[in-house]
Design a protein around this ligand. Structure first.
Ligand code: BMA
Length: 330
């Protein structure tokens, strides 16, 4: 038995594992929980991040519009399943006009850190890089400097300082649909200046674990356990029909999170349901957030489906530890 370190979440959305299910992660029966037309002008709502907020939940949602521009929108929910999402994008206050100017924004993560909620996202600045902002109330948002030089995607903060420094995972990339990608970690004393970059783990060449042979990228905020940081991530293979995105899990060292303690050879969730296989970008499951309950070990994963709608998937800390133990990537 492994323990989640963190808050208890008695209202975490939950369904038990269906009888006969072999995979360590299972889907919420009413998926998708958010449809493509959830806001007035949206074409699609996916790759979005939710967190516990007061006694309920709040989130930052990627809603691509019907003009197909990408931006971030706030939403609130009482149960983590039914969401009210704003029709107007988040306005970020930024001390520097150069940085505050919007090109495009997508694939947000939200991380409660110290006394506030930090949002990181893929931010257009002469190519994709990692934007950072914070909020206390999900009403006003203050944008900081971009964390990195372009080109980078999937900036994921750790929920506390480690060894006295803030830590962020990311996936250096290119200006397009990047045909490569490994996960790195960067460290900062102040969330402005980032350095001490370390390689964490990469795509797996060869036939051992081909679902993650093209590129990988960090997903939700890492979940602290007594055995290490649980990192749910996406892995991509290039097929004759294009990219296919699946989900995997790894365990990173608690004090030196660039050291990988375990990693699954098998995927934990893959596009098998129709709403994951058919949409604006077929065959994509893309996790951006996870709620975790320290009392029960339950985990609820929010993931984009086919770049079109949002799904919910359930698991436990023990299921994830077991799959890494039984079928390790050696
Ligand atoms: C990535 C990002 C994600 C998207 C994925 C699949 O490069 O653009 O937002 O879900 O491709 O299209």
């Amino acid at each position: 038995m492994s323990n989640i370190i963190g808050r208890t979440l008695p209202n975490l959305p939950w369904q038990s594992k269906p009888p006969g299910e072999d995979l360590p992660v299972w889907r919420y029966s009413e998926n998708p929980i958010i449809g493509r037309r959830a806001t007035k002008y949206s074409n699609s709502v996916f790759n979005s991040a939710v967190v516990p907020f007061k006694d309920n939940f709040a989130g930052v949602f990627r809603c691509d519009s019907r003009s197909v521009s990408m931006d971030l929108f706030v939403g609130f929910s009482k149960d983590g399943i039914q969401w009210r999402i704003s029709d107007t994008p988040i306005q970020f206050d930024c001390g520097d006009e150069e940085i505050g100017r919007r090109e495009y924004r997508y694939d947000a993560r939200v991380c409660y850190l110290e006394d506030r909620y930090y949002i990181t996202w893929c931010n257009g600045y002469h190519g994709p890089t990692i934007g950072i902002a914070y909020t206390f109330d999900f009403q006003s948002f203050t944008q900081l400097e971009n964390a990195f030089l372009p080109y980078n995607r999937n900036g994921v903060l750790f929920p506390r300082k480690i060894g006295g420094r803030y830590m962020m995972l990311s996936r250096p990339s290119d200006t397009g649909h990047t045909p490569f990608g490994d996960i790195f970690i960067s460290q900062s004393p102040d969330l402005i200046y980032w350095g001490k970059h370390r390689y964490v783990m990469g795509a797996v060449k060869g036939d051992l674990s081909a679902w993650q042979s093209t590129k990988i990228g960090p997903g939700p905020t890492p979940i602290e356990t007594d055995e290490g940081w649980l990192l749910i991530y996406h892995g991509v293979i290039t097929t004759c029909n294009g990219y296919v995105y699946r989900m995997g899990v790894a365990l990173l060292d608690l004090e030196q999170p660039w050291k990988v303690r375990a990693r699954s050879r098998d995927y934990i969730l893959a596009p098998h349901e129709l709403y994951e296989c058919v949409g604006d970008v077929p065959n994509v499951v893309f996790p951006c957030a996870a709620l975790a309950d320290a009392a029960t070990g339950r985990i609820a994963i929010y993931y984009g489906c086919a770049d079109t709608v949002t799904g919910l998937a359930l698991t436990t800390v023990d299921e994830l530890m077991q799959v890494m133990g039984e079928r390790p990537l050696k």
